[in-house]
Design a protein around this ligand. Structure first.
Ligand code: ADP
Length: 380
């Protein structure tokens, strides 16, 4: 990192979606100079920075040419040109998270192989080259079949419960994992700066919508034993250390019914499971990411108030210019914070915003989270 004042650094962010948008909100407080590259001229960040470039994030030439001007480059999405980032790094640009980590995480096969090689607890799996390979592993059923690349938000994941399901198996390189009989899904957002300081945000628990495979509710802190909590922190710290990563890492985990904590997957960036930290913690995940990549002291991750988070998804059956129904009723509720991502067009289940709910009582949190979910709707 060049020895400049942080306000003099030119910082480039690959991706201009909602994560970039919330990163900009934090960057303003420190007067940081942020530029964005995104393929969509109407992306959520489009009008928020003076230097917004339209270009394909996976195009080596586009990313390299764009990136040459910066002191520091980071990401808000991992589907970017790794070879361009490697070249930029060689030219002296700081890139965090490091390109080789982005490359590892782009492919679930490489990710799982890394966990196994580094003795990080994860469900058993086999690598498969196509549907015929999946069918050769009948003894593993019921199992979860995942595409190596191209999958996100549950789209590259399928349950293969019985032999009858084998016919629908993806026919591309992937992996077949043992189905984990989990008690809860947990997430720990952990940060590490170049000095090697590591700090975890409190463990959160997530419940996924059964059909959409997207987070339906998040609760912080997770209602788990102190022992499980310690296992979750130890796992998150172990992974970021073994990756030797600088930046923010979201570690998704399963708490099994017999009290084991297994890693599912990680994201080397700010994450949906850390959105509540904007209001509920002393430091938000967006600020923490900036602190980590700028090699500044990490902020306190302490929870100020228990919180819930609800994703605001486009209502099924509505496509077109977004209209928000129930806004006034939500804004009248105590401790309810609405975040809209500025996406003009809604479509079924598109992430259009999120709502954080804070309350001292876990019971009221659950109740208010349900009320928000039933009240606030995105239609067209
Ligand atoms: P994505 O990268 O698309 O989010 P994940 O690998 O996180 O995909 O899987 C999506 C969801 O599928 C998980 O949150 C979990 O609910 C379920 N799932 C994934 N792997 C397993 C597994 N081995 N056992 C049980 N459920 C799983």
């Amino acid at each position: 990192m060049p020895s400049k004042d942080i306000t003099d650094l030119k910082i480039g962010v690959l991706g201009g979606g909602q994560l970039g948008r919330m990163m900009i909100q934090s960057a303003i407080s420190y007067n940081l100079d942020i530029s964005i590259l995104d393929p969509d001229e109407n992306a959520p960040c489009a009008h928020l920075v003076k230097d917004f470039t339209v270009g394909k994030l996976t195009d080596d030439q586009v990313v390299y040419e764009w990136g040459k001007d910066f002191d520091l480059i980071t990401i808000e999405i991992e589907n970017v040109s790794v070879s361009a980032l490697q070249k930029l790094q060689k030219d002296g640009v700081s890139v965090f998270p490091q390109p080789e980590i982005i490359e590892l995480i782009q492919d679930k096969r490489k990710q799982k192989t890394f966990y196994k090689a580094n003795r990080i607890s994860t469900s058993n799996f086999v690598l498969t080259e196509g549907a015929a390979d999946v069918a050769k592993n009948k003894e593993m059923l019921p199992a979860v079949n995942k595409l190596g690349t191209e999958g996100y938000d549950g789209r590259g994941v399928q349950m293969i419960r019985t032999e009858a399901d084998l016919g629908k198996a993806f026919d591309k390189p992937g992996l077949l994992e043992e189905l984990v009989d989990f008690e809860k899904e947990l997430s720990v957002v952990v940060a590490r700066n170049q000095r090697g300081e590591i700090d975890c945000f409190p463990v959160v628990e997530l419940s996924y919508h059964p059909e959409q495979n997207l987070v339906e509710f998040l609760f912080a802190p997770a209602q788990i034993s102190a022992e499980s909590e310690k296992k979750a922190y130890d796992l998150a710290k172990d992974v970021i250390e073994k990756l030797d990563m600088v930046g923010l890492l979201a570690v998704e985990m399963f708490l099994t019914k017999d009290g084991e904590v297994l890693i599912n997957e990680v994201a080397p960036r700010t994450h949906n499971s850390g959105h509540h930290t904007i209001e509920a913690n002393r430091t938000s995940q967006f600020e923490q990411h900036l602190r980590a990549i700028l090699n500044m002291p990490l902020g306190s991750t302490e929870l100020i108030s228990p919180a819930a988070m609800v994703n605001l998804l486009g209502e099924d059956g509505f496509t077109g210019n977004a209209l928000y129904e129930g806004m006034e009723a939500c804004m009248a509720m105590k401790g309810v914070y609405v975040h809209l991502y500025g996406k003009k067009l809604t479509k079924p289940f598109r992430k259009m915003g999120h709502v954080t709910i804070t309350d001292d009582s876990v019971e009221s949190l659950k109740k208010n989270a349900r009320t928000v979910k039933e009240t606030l709707k995105v239609k067209a």
